[in-house]
Design a protein around this ligand. Sequence first.
Ligand code: NZQ
Ligand code: ZN
Length: 389
Amino acid sequence: MRSFEFHNPTRILFGRGVTEKCGDVVSGIGRKALLVTGGGSVKRSGYYDRVKRTLEAADVAVIDLQGVKSNPVLSKVVEGISLAKEGEVDVVVALGGGSVMDTGKAVAAGALMDDGYVWQVFEGKRTIQKALPVVTIPSLAASGSEMNGYMVITNESSGYKLATGSPHLYPRVSLLDPEITFTVPSDYTAYGGVDAVCHLMEPYFNGPDPVTPVSDRIAEGLMISIMEATEQAISAPLDFEARAALMWGATLALNGLTKAGVGEHHFPVHMIEHSVSALFDVPHGAGLAALLPGWLRWYASEVGPAKVIQFGNRVFQAGGEGEEGVGRAMNALEAWLRKIGAPASLSELGIGREDLDRIADNSQFQAGVWGLKEELSRGRVMSVLEAAF
Ligand code: NZQ
Ligand code: ZN
């Protein structure tokens, strides 16, 4: 196990009806809130009205930033920064999925920059020194943004979707009410499950230390819980326990817990997927699903089969050693993806062979920002893409 520091400052309130506490929670932080929402799902489900009512009852003034799209874009962040500055907002409340939460974080950081030019942070040209406090109410179990310091935004002018992070971006408080996810349709429920599983797989496979028994077991346990809960939530969308397990599992999957001790590692599947969703605007979890089997095949042959066999045996009870063990692990992963209705290859996602070059080219910008031009070189990315086609 490698040395690490683990500090997660986000306060979590979890349970049925916890959104009702929004006004009390936010009024302890600020008096003027920017309320960030997406394309309308929380209006249709009634949660927007409920949250707004609790804020107003607690004497918190509300300015709306609505219409955040999935795979959120920089122009919406810029709009939010103007609103926040003009309205002298002192807290950001993000009510929605990862796209809404990430937009809220980017606005929170940009609102305290003199020029508001937050994109330079994504390009690695400056760092965040401070940000407005953020409160999140996730409406979809997937990104883990509710308990981490990351954000992912697409610059629609340059065509890059980039991820960055800062300790200043951890939400101050997150309200996790599993019932808010009852309305998430089966496709996005599946994509959310895949995203959370992939957040666990990246440090599990890409850490440099071969002896990480605690983080391995935590990750394997969470993967199993998330997979079971995803299947259950798809077949019974109003099953509170399934939605609760999926929500808490997804939060724990990317809050720093499972990467503690595994050493410096990168997120190759995520890096490549961000280029896929930047170029083709596919849901993040669908892009990950399309890449994962190919990437795992590439990993077994280029890095080694041992961890893939461990994954197959412990997560899927797939059995087998050597070549056979790898094959069984691959089959089990693909079978799970198909069972929940997710694509298991790039071609199933509608991407053509002629598109692979563009994806590989696009990925190199993020690889450069992260200083990983060798580890995640264009050639390696191309090999993964070929394996995933
Ligand atoms: O926009 P609305 O109308 O709300 O509809 C959304 C959207 O169409 C819908 N939805 C959300 N909650 C719902 C609901 N529909 C019915 N009922 C509800 N309760 O779901 C669709 C997808 O929403 P989105 O926010 O895009 O999904 P997700 O939570 O998967 O977030 C994806 C974004 O997060 C980034 C991804 O790259 C992507 O841009 N990520 C952020 C991370 C982070 N900050 O730590 C890490 C992740 O790896 C990920 O990269
Ligand atoms: Zn993800």
